[in-house]
Design a protein around this ligand. Structure first.
Ligand code: VGL
Ligand code: ZN
Length: 199
């Protein structure tokens, strides 16, 4: 892989304990994204290129939790309590190398609004600031890995395309929830059609 580090950023999505085996919203094999992410992050670090880690960061009782008692909207999925601010489950996995990380974006911290994407919250309007941050660094290309393929990675990749970035998904550095069944395949298909490149 030939990366132009002068205009590329690495985005590591939600590599947190709750999305790894043993966590509250465990993604099958979720921790296997860590080794490939550390390897590529090391290369970004050597080049002093930006590495952004996102952290799902919900207040207790968040509206995306089943425990909120809320009736989900059509097509909306509610989740077990996960990534509660300050909890062990919200911490980055201990094996994720944080030394290369130059920015941590926390998301999903508004009680009534979730944020799957690293760029825009689920109202599709509220920004996290990440797009402006990357544009401010003259970044044109985003390499993406992490959890979960069919939710936070998917929405981040689609928004990155919408913002005009060239987007590469690191195929061995993503894992999915696959709920509902088939959602990983559907996400990959939709991303490819939108111009996301799988490598
Ligand atoms: C995620 C569901 C709920 C993710 C976050 O990181 O993909 N999925 N919160
Ligand atoms: Zn969440």
């Amino acid at each position: 892989m030939n990366i132009d580090f002068t205009k590329s950023a690495l985005l590591e999505v939600d590599v947190q304990n709750d999305f790894c085996p043993g966590g509250a919203l465990a993604v099958a094999d979720g921790d296997s994204v860590i080794t490939p992410l550390n390897e590529i992050a090391g290369r970004f670090k050597t080049a002093c290129a930006p590495v952004v880690a996102t952290q799902d960061w919900h207040p207790a009782g968040h509206s995306s939790f089943i425990s909120s008692g809320r009736t989900p909207a059509e097509g909306e999925v509610l989740w077990p309590d996960h990534c509660v601010q300050g909890s062990a489950g919200a911490e980055f996995h201990k094996d994720l190398d944080m030394k290369p990380v130059t920015l941590i974006i926390r998301k999903g911290f508004r009680p009534s609004l979730d944020s799957y994407s690293a760029f825009f919250e689920n109202d599709r309007k509220t920004t996290t600031g990440l797009g402006a941050f990357l544009k401010g660094l003259n970044i044109e290309t985003v390499y993406l890995g992490g959890l979960a393929t069919d939710y936070c990675v998917f929405f981040s990749a689609m928004d990155a395309i919408k913002l005009g970035f060239t987007v590469y998904i690191l195929r061995d550095a993503v894992r999915g929830v696959n709920y509902p069944e088939g959602s990983v395949e559907k996400a990959i298909h939709t991303m490819k059609n939108a111009g996301v490149i799988m490598i």
